[in-house]
Design a protein. Structure first.
Length: 279
């Protein structure tokens, strides 16, 4: 839980014994135990507001209070999925990134040379949002990150979005969101697009080459009649084909490749030459 998190619980439709409506509010603050595995909450107590309001008026008051709470919150990255939920001060855990945790989500796969939508929560009317990228393994200091989008002016749209087309080399990257001294980082992998008609692997598709389970980022390639003939690896942009087919770009084509045919021809020529000599 975010160490700066403060929560409010609104009890909207409580009725007392005299049947008079009331709104009950409970606020709580997260506190971190010395045991890292334990996070507890501390309540500030219960407060009863506007005991004589009717139900319609109570709903209006609650919505107004929720709006006030939302405006005071910080922003956070939504897409690509960040390592942590909520923003962290750049001078604390986010210098230059919040750490990868055991419960951090897997990297977001992003197809190169295709428009990608970046999304974040936007609770500010001032300042600018900036987005940076660094190659994985070369992302330990702020100077490693290159600005790719921004500045984007804050305007309190919910949610806020912008677009970017990644054209960098295939591989693992760290994506960094920043507003003022707050930031989120996300782990991403840039991949190549799969050929038309390929079936995306979801952990239940088997490879026709070695019968292993194909994971996310791999695609099953099929012939015109639907027979599996190979696997496309979007991480490397290459195809691996079964016997009788050869890789041509990101697809598997029936027959031997030109290179294989040339090698075979050379071998046959050599055998024929040896036969002539022996004769």
């Amino acid at each position: 839980m975010d160490p700066h998190f403060i929560g409010l619980i609104f009890s909207v439709f409580n009725n007392d014994s005299s049947m008079k409506g009331r709104i009950q509010v409970i606020a709580f603050q997260s506190i971190e135990s010395t045991n890292e595995a334990v996070v507890s909450t501390q309540s500030t107590g219960s407060i009863v507001l506007f005991p004589s309001l009717n139900n319609n008026m109570k709903v209006s008051v609650v919505l107004l209070l929720l709006a006030v709470v939302a405006v005071s919150a910080h922003d956070w990255l939504v897409i690509p999925t960040p390592r942590m939920t909520g923003s962290q001060p750049a001078t604390q855990q986010c210098a230059p990134c919040d750490p990868v945790r055991s419960d951090s989500p897997p990297p977001t796969l992003i197809t190169r040379n295709k428009v990608f939508t970046i999304e974040w929560g936007n609770n500010h009317k001032t300042g600018n949002y900036n987005f940076y990228l660094a190659k994985k393994g070369n992302d330990s200091v702020l100077a490693d990150f290159k600005l790719i989008v921004g500045p984007v002016a804050a305007d309190q749209n919910q949610p806020e979005t912008t677009t970017y087309t990644f054209s960098q080399a295939l591989g693992n990257y760290t994506f960094r969101y920043n507003w003022d001294s707050y930031c989120n980082c996300a782990d991403i992998i840039l991949t190549d697009p799969a050929p038309t008609g390929a079936t995306a692997a979801n952990g239940s598709v088997k490879s026709p080459i070695d019968n292993t389970i194909l994971q996310q980022g791999y695609y099953l390639l099929k012939s015109d009649d639907g027979t599996p003939v190979g696997v496309f690896n979007s991480y490397t942009g290459t195809a691996n084909c079964v016997s009788g087919y050869h890789a041509s770009g990101n697809a598997c084509v029936e027959g031997s490749s030109a290179a294989s045919t040339a090698v075979l021809s050379a071998a046959l020529f050599a055998v024929a030459a040896v036969g002539v000599i022996l004769a």
